[in-house]
Design a protein around this ligand. Structure first.
Ligand SMILES: Nc1ncnc2c1ncn2[C@@H]1O[C@H](COP(=O)(O)OP(=O)(O)OP(=O)(O)O)[C@@H](O)[C@H]1O
Length: 342
C-alpha cells in the first residue's frame, strides 16, 4: 500500500504537485493519468524519495522510503529506462543493484529470464534498443521481488508482443496481491490494464475511482439506431417520449433507453433496423472530458482528436455531446473500451 497525505511540491512559484492525498491499494492495477505537466513524474519521484516534498508525506506500507532497509525488497520502480549504466552489461547492471540491496545473485538470472533478456545478458546496455532498455528497467524493478511496483510509461518503445507481455505481467503481479501503480499516456492500453484510476491535473487530484465509474461519470452512454425507415423510426421514438438526436450517417441516438425497449418498439411498428447498439465512451473521451480544464499545453491548428478540443474545454455533456461534436474519437460498443489493436 502506498499512502500520500497532502503531498505538495513547489518549484519557485510553480506548484507542480498540490496537496495530493490518495492511497494505492494492493491486489489491483492503479492507473495514474494526467495531461502533460500535470505532476505525475514529480509525484512518482517523491514516492521514491528521489525528490523532497515541499510539504506532505508518502508512506510505503506505513513507513517513509528512507526508513526501509533494502528498499528494492519493498518497492520496485521503472521510472527512466535509460538510467542504467550503458558501459555495463545487462547482467552487471542488475548485479550491482542486487549486491547493494543484499539480493542473491541467482535472482539476476531469474529476472533476466522473466523479461526475455537472457540471450543478451552479457551485452553492454548502451547498445540496447528502446524496447530492450525498457525490459532491463522492468527487470531491475522486479529484482527485489517487491510487493509494490511502480511503472512510469512501461510500454514506451515496446512492440505489440512486448506490450502484451507487460500487460499480462502487471495483471499477474496484481493477481498475486501486489500493489501496481502505472502511468501511461496510451489510454487504450490503460483501459485494458487498470482496475482503478488516479487522475490529476495541474498537480491536483481530479479523480480516485474505479475504471468503470470513471468512464460512466465522465461520459454519456446512449443507444444508437440505424434504419432504412429513419424518419418513421424517429417519429415513433418521439411519440413514445424519447429525446432523439440525429447523429448523421443515417443514425439516431437515444439517451436513457435500453436496446431491449427500443428494439421492441421498432418491432411493434414493423420497422427494419440495421443497427441497434448500446454505446459508451472510451476512456480517452472520458479522460479528455474530465481534464479539459486542466490541460497546460494546448496544440493549436491540429486536428489530432478529429476536430480539436475547443479552447477552454469541450462543451458540457448533454444530448449529442461528443457523438456529433466530432472532437472525440469514435465511440465504442458496450463490449469494451477502445482498443488500438494491440
Ligand atoms: N525540476 C523542475 N524545476 C522546475 N519545474 C519543474 C521541475 N520538474 C517539473 N517541473 C514542472 O512541474 C510540472 C509537473 O511536471 P511533471 O514532469 O511532474 O509532469 P508530468 O505529469 O509527469 O508530465 P508529462 O506527462 O509531460 O511527463 C510541470 O509544469 C513542469 O514544468
Amino acid at each position: 500500500m502506498i499512502e500520500l497525505d497532502g503531498l505538495t511540491k513547489r518549484y519557485g512559484t510553480k506548484t507542480a504537485v498540490d496537496h495530493l492525498s490518495f492511497q494505492v491499494r494492493p491486489g489491483m492495477i492503479t492507473g495514474f493519468l494526467g495531461p502533460n505537466g500535470a505532476g505525475k513524474s514529480t509525484t512518482m519521484r517523491m514516492m521514491l524519495d528521489l525528490d523532497n516534498p515541499t510539504s506532505g508525506t508518502v508512506r510505503i506500507d506505513g513507513r517513509h522510503y528512507r526508513e526501509l532497509d533494502e528498499p528494492l525488497k519493498y518497492i520496485g520502480a521503472l521510472l527512466d529506462a535509460k538510467a542504467m549504466h550503458g558501459g555495463r552489461s545487462a547482467y552487471n547492471n542488475l548485479l550491482c543493484l542486487a549486491q547493494s540491496n543484499r539480493i542473491p545473485e541467482r535472482r539476476v538470472g531469474e529476472v533476466l529470464d522473466l523479461v526475455g533478456l537472457t540471450a543478451v545478458a552479457r551485452k553492454k546496455s548502451k547498445g540496447f534498443s528502446l524496447g530492450m532498455g525498457q525490459r532491463l528497467g522492468i527487470a531491475s524493478a522486479l529484482l527485489g521481488d517487491p510487493e509494490i511496483l511502480m511503472f512510469d510509461e512501461p510500454v514506451n518503445g515496446l512492440d505489440p508482443e512486448g506490450i502484451h507481455w507487460i500487460r499480462n505481467l502487471m495483471k499477474s503481479l496484481a493477481a498475486e496481491g501486489r500493489t501496481i501503480f502505472v502511468s501511461s499516456h496510451l489510454m487504450s492500453e490503460m483501459a485494458l490494464t487498470a482496475d482503478h484510476l488516479i487522475v490529476i491535473g495541474q498537480g491536483k487530484l481530479l479523480a480516485d475511482m474505479s475504471m468503470a465509474d470513471f468512464i460512466q461519470q465522465n461520459s454519456r452512454s446512449f443507444v444508437r439506431l440505424r434504419s432504412p425507415q429513419q424518419e418513421r423510426l424517429r417519429d415513433v421514438l418521439h411519440a413514445d417520449g424519447f429525446v432523439v438526436v440525429e447523429a448523421g450517417n443515417g443514425t439516431l441516438e437515444v439517451d436513457g433507453a435500453t436496446t431491449e425497449k427500443l428494439g421492441e418498439l421498432a418491432a411493434a411498428h414493423q420497422l427494419t433496423l440495421h443497427e441497434l447498439s448500446s454505446q459508451r465512451a472510451s476512456l480517452e473521451e472520458a479522460f479528455m472530458q474530465m481534464t479539459a480544464g486542466a490541460v497546460e499545453y494546448h496544440a493549436h491548428g491540429t486536428d489530432v482528436h478529429g476536430g480539436g478540443v475547443p479552447e477552454g474545454g469541450p462543451a458540457a455533456p448533454g444530448p449529442g455531446w461528443g457523438a456529433q461534436s466530432g472532437w472525440g474519437p469514435a465511440r465504442t460498443p458496450e463490449a469494451g473500451p477502445n482498443s488500438e489493436g494491440v
